[in-house]
Design a protein. Structure first.
Length: 194
């Protein structure tokens, strides 16, 4: 057989074409999976499969001892904040969240801080800067719960607001502002009021 220069040039071109096609298909499959995973729905947790289905059954150790069960907040509007002691924007927003908790709990609001951190670091932090709001020690496994609630990047701080029916009303990646909290205080009581 006789290989011509054009035949030899066509082989790398075909390989590049196949590699590009496979890469494009993989990217499309990944985008499709992400769209399916983060697809909009009714926002209610507990009806699906996976971590969302067991959201309200989650329990966490409390820094002062005892257990923090998310089920105790079911039926209330809930601000769930993921934070860590090593995260400067998290630490900066904690006084705002604590103030919101104290001001809004009589209006049916609950605020929970889930620390994605070492328990010893959280205990030492809270000894210096106590909070009124309940704190759960989620550890680094709390990142998976945050991802199940829409935090695809795993960044902190991350906050999710639920209505009384357990529907997600708002999500916020990054540091909260007083305006965020003021707007949340005005949110409808339940999903049917949206």
């Amino acid at each position: 057989m006789h290989d011509s220069a054009s035949d030899r040039a066509a082989v790398p071109l075909r390989r590049r074409s196949v590699v590009a096609t496979v890469g494009a298909l993989a990217a499309l499959a990944g985008a499709g999976f992400a769209a399916w995973r983060l697809r909009p729905g009714d926002g209610t947790l507990g009806a699906g499969v996976g971590p969302e289905a067991t959201f309200w059954q989650q329990t966490f150790e409390r820094p002062e001892g005892g257990e923090l069960a998310l089920a105790q907040f079911r039926g209330r509007r809930l601000v769930l904040n993921f934070w860590a002691t090593w995260c400067p924007p998290c630490v900066a927003e904690l006084p705002l969240l604590d103030g919101f908790y104290r001001a809004q709990q009589a209006r049916g609001w609950a605020v929970v801080g889930l620390a994605i951190d070492q328990p010893s670091a959280v205990r030492a932090f809270l000894a210096q800067r106590p909070l009124s709001l309940p704190v759960g020690l989620a550890g680094f496994g709390g990142s998976e719960l945050a991802k199940a609630l829409g935090n695809a990047t795993g960044g902190l701080p991350y906050t999710v607001v639920f209505d009384r029916d357990g529907a997600v009303l708002q999500r916020k990646m990054g540091k909260l502002s007083p305006d965020d909290l003021a707007a949340w205080a005005q949110l409808p009581v339940d999903a049917s009021a949206r």
